[in-house]
Design a protein around this ligand. Structure first.
Ligand SMILES: Cc1ncc(C[n+]2csc(CCOP(=O)(O)OP(=O)(O)O)c2C)c(N)n1
Ligand SMILES: [Mg+2]
Length: 620
C-alpha cells in the first residue's frame, strides 16, 4: 500500500471548519478516503493533506467518482466496516450515484461526504460556484441513503458526522451522506471544538427477536421433516457465525441454499448444500423449495421472489420463518425490498443473531422437550426418536442429496470458466487464502468450494454495471489492510470491466495487490438472452439477438486497457493450452504485490443457447 507523502510537518491545530471533518474521520478510525478532487471540498482536501498529513485516513485517488463509491463498498463487504469517500458538488455526486445505489441495495455501511456552495451567496465565486451549488443535494440521494445532512456550523458538523457514523454502522447498515458547505469548510474557527466521547456513541448490538418468535421457530425447526435453510445476508468476517450456521443446519438435518448476491455464507461442499449457489433458482432448487416443510430465511435478499420462482414448478406449502431487519430500510422510494413474502414466524433481528438464538433455543428444547401439540403435528416418529439423548449433539443427514454436476469437458481446447477456475485453483496450495471479490456468471463452486465467509464476498447489490472493478479494488484494499495473508482475485464480465476499467489504476497507484480475471464473451451477453426472449415471443428472428450488444469489430483490448492503467495486462487468451501459463504469470504478479488483468476469451456453450422453460431467462 502506498499513499502520497506530503512535504513538511502537518499543521496539527484544528483551525478551519474542514479540519473538524478530517479530524472526525481520524477519530472514527477510518483508514482511507477515496476521492476524485473538486474545488467544492478544497477545504477538506487541504485538511486531509496538511492537517492530517494524508494518513489515517489516507487518500485513494480515483479516476471516476463511481469508483470512489465502489471502492468504499468493496471495503465494507470485506470488513463489515465503513470507509469514507468524497464526492465533488453536484457533478461528482451525479457520477457517484450509481455506486451509492449499489451500496444501498447491498446494505453496506459507508460515509459519503459531499460538498456544495458556498451556501452564502456573498462567498460564491462567479459562475463556477453558482453552477455547483444546489439547494438540496441530499434530495438527489435521499431515496438511496439511510440518512443525510448538511450542517451549518462547526458544532453542527461534529454532531452531524458523529450521527452519520453511528447510523451507517447500526444494523441494518447502509450508506449515509453528509454535504459539507464550502463556506463552512473554509471558515476560520473562533473557538476550541468540544469533541464527542465516541465510546458513548457506539452502535447498539443487533436487536434480539421476541422470545415467543424464537421459541416458535425452534419448535417448528426441531419437528420439521424437510427443513430448508436459506443463507442470505450475514457476516463474512466472523468464523463463529459461519460455524453456528453449520451447527444449526446439521442438528435439524436441513438442506441449505446460498445466494451469489450475498456471497459465501455456508460451505458449498457440505452435504447439506445440495445445489450450487445461484442468482436465479434452478429447476432442482425450485423443487426443493416446494418439497420443504419449514423454510428458515436468514435475511435472504428476495424471499418473495424465491417463492414465486418455486411456484412455477409446484406448490410452496412450507411454514416460513424469516429473520431480517431489512424492513427498517424500506421506504416508498425504491422497490429494492422485493416482493412481500409470507412469514409465519417473523424474527426481527440479523441473520447471525437469529442463528445464535435458534441454537440456544434448540439446546433448551432438547433438554426439555415439550409435549406434542398444535404446531408440533409435523413431527415425525423418526425425528422424535432422534431427539432422545440430546438432539443438539447429533448430526442429521440432510433430507436431499446433492444434485450431480452437469459439467462437460470441452475436447476442443476452448476456454470455459471451469477450465479457468481449475487452473487458478491449482496455483494455490491453500485456496482458502484466496478471497474471490466478485464472480461473474457461471462460476463453478464445486471446483472452488466456498470454505469460509471470506471465500466470496457477493455481487454488486444494485445491478449497476461498471462497479465490479471498483468493488474489487475496495475489497483488495480491505484484505491488504486487515487480512494481509489473503489474496484478492476477482472475476468480471467484459462489459463490467470495460465500463469500470479505470478503477484498476487506483489499485496500481496505491500498490494494492489484485488479480482480475475477465470472463470475456465479447458481448453484453445477459442482454442477448433478453433480445432472444423478445424476438421469440414476437415470432421474430432470434438470430439477430446479438446486434447492438456484441463487443466485436473491434473487440476492445482488455489487456491494453489494463496496461494503460499501469497494470500487467495478459491476453486475449483463447485456448486452454495458453491458459495455464497466463494464470501462472498472473498469480506470480499477484503474489509479488502487483495488479494483473487476464483477458480470457471464454466459450460459454450452454449459455449460447437461450435458457427456455423456467420462465426466467436472464438474471440481470
Ligand atoms: C449501468 C448499467 N448499464 C446497463 C446495464 C444492463 N446490463 C445488465 S447485465 C449487462 C451485460 C453485462 O455484460 P458483461 O459484464 O460482459 O456480462 P455478461 O452478461 O456478458 O456475462 C447489461 C448491459 C446495467 N445493469 N447497468
Ligand atoms: Mg460479456
Amino acid at each position: 500500500m502506498k499513499l502520497d507523502k506530503p512535504e513538511g510537518k502537518p499543521d496539527e491545530t484544528v483551525a478551519w471548519g474542514s479540519d473538524i471533518a478530517a479530524a472526525m474521520l481520524r477519530r472514527f478510525n477510518i483508514p482511507y478516503v477515496s476521492l476524485n478532487p473538486g474545488a467544492s471540498y478544497r477545504g477538506l482536501h487541504d485538511s486531509l493533506v496538511n492537517h492530517l498529513g494524508n494518513e489515517r485516513p489516507g487518500i485513494l485517488v480515483c479516476l471516476h467518482e463511481d469508483h470512489s463509491v465502489s471502492i468504499a463498498q468493496g471495503y465494507a463487504r470485506a470488513t463489515g466496516e465503513p470507509m469514507a469517500c468524497v464526492l465533488h458538488a453536484n457533478v461528482g455526486l451525479f457520477h457517484g450515484m450509481m455506486g451509492i445505489f449499489n451500496a444501498w441495495c447491498d446494505r453496506q455501511p459507508m460515509l459519503v461526504l459531499g460538498a456544495t456552495g458556498p451556501v452564502d451567496t456573498e462567498k460564491r465565486r462567479p459562475w463556477i460556484d453558482w453552477i455547483h451549488t444546489m439547494r438540496d443535494q441530499g434530495a438527489l440521494v435521499r431515496a438511496i441513503v439511510k440518512w443525510d445532512d448538511q450542517p451549518t456550523s462547526a458544532e453542527g458538523l461534529v454532531e452531524s458526522l458523529a450521527r452519520a457514523h453511528l447510523i451507517t454502522r447500526t444494523a441494518p447498515t447502509a450508506p449515509v451522506y453528509v454535504c459539507l458547505d464550502a463556506g463552512l469548510q473554509e471558515e476560520k474557527l473562533e473557538k476550541d471544538i468540544a469533541w464527542p466521547d465516541l465510546s458513548r456513541l457506539k452502535p447498539p448490538a443487533p436487536p434480539r427477536p421476541a422470545k415467543s418468535a424464537v421459541d416458535e421457530a425452534a419448535l417448528l425447526l426441531s419437528s420439521a421433516k424437510r427443513p430448508l435453510m436459506l443463507c442470505g445476508r450475514g457476516t463474512h468476517t466472523d468464523d463463529k457465525a459461519w460455524q453456528a450456521r453449520i451447527r444449526l443446519a446439521e442438528r435439524i438435518g436441513a438442506v441449505v441454499m446460498s445466494d451469489l448476491k450475498t456471497g459465501a455464507q455456508f460451505p458449498t461442499d457440505h452435504p447439506a448444500h445440495v445445489v450450487a449457489p445461484f442468482n436465479a433458482l434452478s429447476k432442482t432448487a425450485r423443487e426443493i423449495v416446494c418439497e420443504a416443510d419449514v423454510i428458515l430465511s436468514l435475511d435472504w435478499v428476495d424471499l418473495g421472489g424465491l417463492i414465486k420462482q418455486a411456484s412455477n414448478v409446484g406448490k410452496v406449502s412450507a411454514k416460513i420463518i424469516a429473520a431480517t431487519l431489512d424492513h427498517m430500510l424500506h421506504t416508498g422510494a425504491g422497490m429494492e425490498y422485493q416482493a412481500l413474502p409470507p412469514r409465519d414466524v417473523f424474527m426481527q433481528t440479523t441473520s447471525d443473531a437469529a442463528v445464535e438464538e435458534l441454537n440456544l433455543a434448540l439446546d433448551e428444547l432438547s433438554s426439555n422437550p415439550p409435549p406434542p401439540r398444535g404446531e408440533v403435528a409435523l413431527r415425525s416418529a423418526e425425528r422424535e426418536a432422534g431427539r432422545v439423548g440430546g438432539e443438539h449433539s447429533t448430526i442429521k443427514a440432510p433430507w436431499r442429496e446433492r444434485a450431480p454436476s452437469k459439467r462437460k469437458d470441452l475436447a476442443d481446447g476452448k476456454i470455459t470458466l471451469d477450465s479457468v477456475a481449475a487452473a487458478l485453483r491449482a496455483e494455490f496450495n491453500d485456496p482458502d487464502k484466496v478471497t474471490l471479490c466478485c464472480l461473474n456468471r457461471g462460476f463453478p463452486s464445486d471446483i472452488w468450494p466456498f470454505k469460509s465467509g471470506m471465500t466470496y464476498l457477493g455481487k454488486d447489490g444494485g445491478g449497476g454495471l461498471g462497479s465490479g472493478p471498483g468493488i474489487s479494488v475496495g475489497s483488495a484494499l480491505a484484505l491488504h489492510h486487515k487480512y494481509p495473508d489473503r489474496y484478492a482475485i476477482t472475476m468480471l464480465g467484459d462489459g463490467d470491466f470495460c465500463m469500470g476499467a479505470t478503477a484498476i489504476w487506483s489499485a496500481v497507484k496505491h500498490r494494492i495487490p489484485l488479480l482480475v480475471i475477465v470472463n470475456n464473451n465479447r458481448s453484453y451477453f445477459n442482454d442477448e438472452l433478453h433480445q432472444d426472449h423478445v424476438a421469440r415471443d414476437r415470432g421474430r428472428e432470434t438470430k439477430n439477438r446479438w446486434i447492438g450488444l456484441r463487443m466485436e469489430d473491434p473487440v476492445p483490448s482488455i489487456a491494453k486497457l489494463a496496461e494503460a492503467q499501469g497494470a500487467v495486462g495478459i491476453g486475449p487468451i483463447t485456448s486452454q493450452a495458453d491458459a495455464k501459463a497466463a494464470i501462472a504469470k498472473g498469480v506470480d504478479v499477484l503474489k509479488k504485490g502487483g495488479v494483473c488483468v487476464i483477458d480470457f476469451h471464454v466459450e460459454p456453450p450452454a449459455e449460447r443457447q437461450a435458457n427456455h422453460g423456467l420462465g426466467f431467462r436472464a438474471t440481470n
